[in-house]
Design a binder for this molecule. Structure first.
Ligand SMILES: C[S@@+](CC[C@H](N)C(=O)[O-])C[C@H]1O[C@@H](n2cnc3c(N)ncnc32)[C@H](O)[C@@H]1O
Length: 167
């Protein structure tokens, strides 16, 4: 049975609710904000979604209880961590390390980012992950150039994170 880890709470309509409504089970949602977890609990309860486990967890400092997932979904959390004014690079590296720890080998990571381009994301996750698929997103043009306002990528874990990659 597939295990899902969701890093994108705080929204009434989210991947978390969508997967649960589509009948998927073994879904775990985490956020380091107790109020985000509380809000998600009240939304999922109101919608009668009982196949979701919600936990207060800091993704950069995870407890041992969070591991063994086949799929991890993030919308906005990597972006929020990237915008940290304090040691953004170190936190991003810790994020990749945590992601590698929670995912099984060959596991998938679905990321939606409004801050990073496809190329930048591939660079951020180059240690241990490779592109599986890019999902289509709206395009816009400005000054003769075109681009996407949001990037949605599916990455696959190809190897475990090595501590050597931090040195
Ligand atoms: C920009 S919000 C995204 C919310 C929602 N998914 C959306 O798309 O609007 C970022 C979320 O990441 C959570 N977050 C930030 N850093 C985190 C961390 N280290 N561990 C767990 N959650 C974190 C915040 O509490 C917040 O709920």
């Amino acid at each position: 049975m597939l295990q899902y880890l969701i890093l994108e709470l705080e929204m009434v309509f989210s991947w978390l609710n969508l997967l649960a409504k589509c009948g998927f089970s073994n879904i775990t949602g985490i956020d380091y904000s107790p109020s985000a977890i509380q809000l998600s609990k009240s939304v999922t309860k109101k919608e009668g979604l009982c196949n979701i486990e919600l936990k207060v967890e800091d993704f950069l400092n995870l407890s041992n209880k969070v591991s063994g997932f086949h799929i991890c979904v993030d919308k906005g959390t990597f972006d929020a961590i990237s915008l940290s004014p304090d040691n953004s690079l170190g936190k991003r590296k810790q994020y990749v390390k945590s992601l590698s720890r929670v995912l099984k080998r060959k596991g998938f990571f679905l990321i939606t980012s409004c801050n990073w381009t496809k190329e930048e994301l591939l660079n951020e996750f180059s240690e241990g992950f490779e592109l599986y698929e890019e999902l289509p997103t709206p395009k816009f043009s400005f000054g003769g150039r075109s681009g996407n306002s949001v990037a949605v990528l599916v990455l696959q874990k190809i190897q475990d994170f090595s501590l050597d990659q931090f040195s």
